[in-house]
Design a protein around this ligand. Structure first.
Ligand code: NAP
Length: 547
């Protein structure tokens, strides 16, 4: 069952029925707020609803890639393997929606197109693409960080006679690759996961690679029932690891420097991590992403692995990455490099010979035309701000979020949760929060619980308008940038820095200080009565929580 009945007023409107929107709805409903989620898709799942491409799989271990707010839920759901596949995560989120009876307050097939703040009533007017609208005291975005697909402008796409798809908007029906000549543009996480699976089915696969990536074996395997029983029995410890660690998951980063081990010992450490799979290698030493020399040791190791795995030295050479390891998201794969040993796979370097156009028959680079039946864009997303910019969000004085964040080419938020000039507006895992560089479900739960506690406080104290101050957001944004500048992340062009989108201002919009530190800061703000925010009780303005 899903909600379609028209409502006029809600305490809170939540955008999106992914991990964020589902828990936000549950949490606010439990706290007694009238809430509705609006979702463009016809089902729950968010990013896991849209990303149905072959091989789609999470890179965080299943037992941590879930909610921890309900012990009962944790006991009732059983993951089947170490790294969950997209269909299994989608089943999990449907299970959550059913268990907590969430669908009755979710309106599917409805895209929020505009959200305007009315200063006379202190309410948000939320406009849907079907012409309906609703008024709400609070507007909460659960749009996620990676929901605005990036389809680069290639001349001639409309002339292409074959089928084409973007990994982030994959159809619900199976795409049949049998007997087909398939091309994939892009070798980020999505491309690297899809390529080995498509290669096994297609007649021929051509991979158009611009930047070779560092990818490590996931070493996925089914979970033994004893292991599952053990994790369920250890729920409290798993929850603690999720909620009180720097990464929000079970990954422990070793506290020694890569440079403190002699080369032979270091090699053994990397070999062991490579065999263990997952992100063992990224956490082998604490300084891999802050020290150039340390970084080189891991990068050299992975390059040596590529040369070992790929039999043709020319192809291996093309696959060797040469940016700072980990500064684009490190990837976990299943047989990615091995795929380039197959007879039916061709690797094309489009940095050397750029794509010129899409033709009716396929794709033309500066060197030649490739005939294709199916073309796949694994070209990523306009991350972090892109999902918010898809909606016409306007705060005080009719200023749009897009205008505000364009000015001076800089995004400004306080804690990644709020932004000045947009009262009663919250972003779950917004720009300048830890978001995608920690375990997303953990980051989401922390924001949902902080927002729920905040709304509870505002209700208890009769607060009408809750808005962060310009000073608080300036200070937070500056702090975020300073932390990022201490790392190697800022030295690489990536979607983290906005460099993947033409014309997008370049800045690093993820807080890198660690999830535990960040959570502590958010808790301090709440405990202080919301320092850094202005709280207005009816007509009386009160600065920084002194109400
Ligand atoms: P991505 O990492 O941004 O990769 C996009 C790829 O497309 C890159 O190889 C990029 O090359 C290439 N590309 C873009 N525009 C191009 C153009 N005009 N011509 C040629 N090549 C072009 O995107 P993604 O793979 O979708 O991954 C995005 C993020 O989603 C990941 O970093 C991760 O956070 C998340 N994700 C996670 C999983 C998982 O959990 N396992 C799976 C999928 C996605 P350049 O590098 O040269 O720009």
């Amino acid at each position: 069952m899903m909600s379609t009945n028209q409502v006029n007023y809600l305490d809170a409107v939540v955008l999106g029925a992914g991990f964020s929107g589902l828990y936000m709805l549950h949490s606010l409903r439990e706290a007694g707020f009238t809430t509705r989620v609006y979702e463009a898709g016809d089902g729950v799942g968010g990013v896991w609803y849209w990303n149905r491409y072959p091989g789609a799989r999470c890179d965080i271990e299943s037992i941590y890639y879930n909610y921890s707010f309900s012990k009962e839920l944790y006991q009732e759901w059983t993951w089947t393997s170490r790294f969950p596949e997209q269909p299994e995560i989608l089943r999990y989120l449907n299970f959550v929606a059913d268990k907590f009876d969430l669908r009755r307050d979710i309106q599917f097939n409805t895209r929020i197109s505009a959200v305007h703040y009315d200063e006379t009533s202190n309410r948000w007017k939320v406009q849907m693409n079907d012409g309906t609208s609703v008024t709400a005291k609070y507007f909460i975005s659960g749009a996620g960080c990676l929901s605005a697909a990036n389809l680069p402008k290639f001349n001639g796409l409309e002339s292409f006679k074959g089928e084409w798809y973007h990994t982030g908007k994959w159809p619900q029906e199976k795409v049949d690759f049998k007997g087909k000549r398939v091309g994939v543009i892009g070798t980020g996480s999505s491309g690297v996961q899809a390529i080995p699976v498509i290669a096994k089915e297609a007649d021929h696969l051509t991979v158009f690679q611009r930047t070779p990536q560092y990818t490590m074996p996931a070493r996925n395997h089914p979970y033994a029932s004893e292991f599952i029983n053990q994790t369920k029995a250890n729920f409290n410890e798993i929850k603690r690891q999720m909620r009180e660690s720097p990464t929000g998951n079970g990954i422990q980063i070793r506290t020694i420097s890569a440079l403190s081990d002699p080369p032979e010992k270091r090699h053994q450490v990397y070999e062991k991590a490579w065999e263990e799979g997952g992100y063992a290698l990224t956490s082998a030493y604490y300084d891999l992403f802050i020290n150039e020399e340390a970084n080189h040791t891991a990068a050299d190791f992975i390059r040596s692995k590529i040369k070992e795995i790929v039999r043709n030295p020319e192809i291996a050479e093309k696959l060797l990455p040469n940016y700072y390891f980990g500064t684009k998201r490190p990837i976990l794969d299943t047989d990615y490099y091995e795929t380039f040993n197959r007879e039916n796979v061709t690797l094309v370097d489009v940095k050397k010979a750029p794509i010129v156009e899409i033709t009716p028959k396929g794709l033309r680079t500066k060197e030649m035309e490739y005939e294709l039946d199916i073309l796949i864009f694994a070209t990523g997303y306009d991350g972090l701000t892109g999902p918010l910019f898809k909606i016409d969000i306007r705060g005080k004085d009719g200023v749009s979020l897009k205008e505000k964040w364009k000015e001076g080419s800089m995004v400004r938020t306080y804690l990644g949760l709020a932004t000045a000039g947009f009262p009663n507006f919250f972003m779950i895992t917004g720009p300048e929060s830890p978001s995608v560089l920690v375990n997303m479900p953990t980051a989401i739960e922390q924001h949902v619980e902080w927002i729920t506690d905040c709304l509870d406080y505002l209700r208890e104290h009769n607060v009408e308008i809750f808005e962060t101050t310009v000073e608080a957001e300036e200070a937070w944004s500056k702090h975020c940038r300073e932390v990022a500048e201490m790392t190697l992340y800022v030295k690489t062009d990536s979607w983290y820095t906005g460099a993947n989108i033409a014309g997008k201002p370049r800045s690093f919009l993820i807080y890198l200080g660690g999830f535990d530190t960040y959570k502590h800061k958010c808790n301090e703000v709440a405990a202080s009565g919301y320092n850094g925010f202005t709280l207005s009780i009816k007509d009386v303005l009160s600065e920084k929580g002194s109400i």
